[in-house]
Design a protein around this ligand. Sequence first.
Ligand code: PLP
Length: 398
Amino acid sequence: MKERIAKEIKKLTSEIPGAFFFYDLDSFEEQLSQMRAFDGLKLWYATKANPLSSVIKSVSKFPINFDCASHGEVNQVLSQRVHSSRLLTTGPAKSKKFFRICLKQGINTFIIESINQLHWLEEVASEFNVRPEVLIRMQLEWDMELDNVLGGNKLTPFGLTLSDWKKVDLKIFSHFDVIGVHSFQWGNILDINLLQTIWNYCAQKAQELAQLLDFELKVLDVGGGLGIVYHPEQRPLEWTQVASSLEKIKESYKLNEIWMELGRYMIGPYGHYVSQIYDIKEVAGEKLVILDSGINHLIRPLLAEESFPMQVLEERSQETSSFTLHGPLCTSLDKLGQCELPQDIQVGDHIVFHQCGAYGFTESMPFFLCHELPAEIVYKNQKTEIVRQIEQPTMWLR
Ligand SMILES: *Cc1c(COP(=O)(O)O)cnc(C)c1O
C-alpha cells in the first residue's frame, strides 16, 4: 500500500465510525491512461464490478465504453452524463420491456443471449424504427479442468451453444444487424498463454458460427476475465501482452474489431476495504480475529474460497502468527480468510484488505443480521471525498 494512501486511511479510521471502502481514483485513472488500445480494440468497463458514480465518471473521461447488465446499471451510467451510444447490454434476463427501455434511451448495441431475445429485439426495434447492432453470445465446451465463477465448462444461462444457434434462421429478422459474436466463460486468469488459448478457440468457433448462420464476423467480444494478484507468489498480467495477443487474433481471423469488457482488471487493484478488530481469542488452540464486518460487506472470500491480501494498519511487531478472520454474522461461513498477522495485534486495530475495488460493496450480502452498511470513500486529485456515509439498518428495515 502506498504510504500516502495508508496515511489517508489512517486518518479516516478516526473520522468514519465503522467499516469502509476506499478507492484510489488517482491511481485508477493513471492506469486507465496507460491502457493503450491498438486500432480496432474497443474497451468496455463492466459496470457490475463497481457501479459507484465516481468510478463511472473516471472511466468516462477515457475512450472506454460501458457494459451494463441491468436496468439499474443502465440508469446509473446514463445519470453520470455518459452518452447512450457508449453503452451495450449483456445478460441472460433481458425482457421485451428492457429492450424498450434501452431503445428509448438510445442504446444501440446488444449482446443477444437467446432466440426469444432475437424476436423481442426485432419487434421492439421495428416499433422504434431503429436498427441496433447485435452480437450473439456463444457458449462453448472446453477441454479444461479449471473451476470458474463464470461457469467455465459448466452449462450456464449465458448465450447458447453452436448447435442451438444453428436452429436459427437470421434471414427472418430485418430490424437489426448481426455484427459479431460474444464469448466469455473464464474469469480471473493471470496466465497470458491460457488467455491466448481461450481467445483463439473463441475466435475459431465464432468464425464457424458466422459461417453457419451466414453473417460477416466483424467483431469478436471476448468479455473480461483478466486476473489480478490475490497472492504474493502470483505475477500481475501485463497490459502490453494482453493487447499484443489480441492484436494477433484480430489479424489472424481478419476481424474489424475486438471488444473487451473489463471489470476486475480495471478497478480491482484500486480499492481497499477497512474493518476494525472487535475481538481476539483462541479457540482450541486456533487464533481467531473477530471483525466488525465480514461477508456482509465483502463476500468474495466465501464465493471464490480465496482471501484478499491484507495487513494491519497500526504499527505492530515484526513477529507474526497465523490468524483466522471472522465477521459478525451468525454463520461459520462468515470468514474473511486466514493470514499471517503481527502477534501483538490488538482489539481496536484495523485490517486493510487490498484488491477490493471490484466485486466488493455491491456483490456482498449486507442485510443479513441487520448490521450497518459500509461507507464508500474516494481519493481523487489528492483529496478524500465521502461518497456514501455509513448507513444504519433503520434506513432499510421495514
Ligand atoms: C462480469 C462480466 C465481465 C467482467 O468480467 P471481469 O472478469 O471482471 O473483467 C465482462 N463481461 C460480462 C458479460 C460479464 O458478465
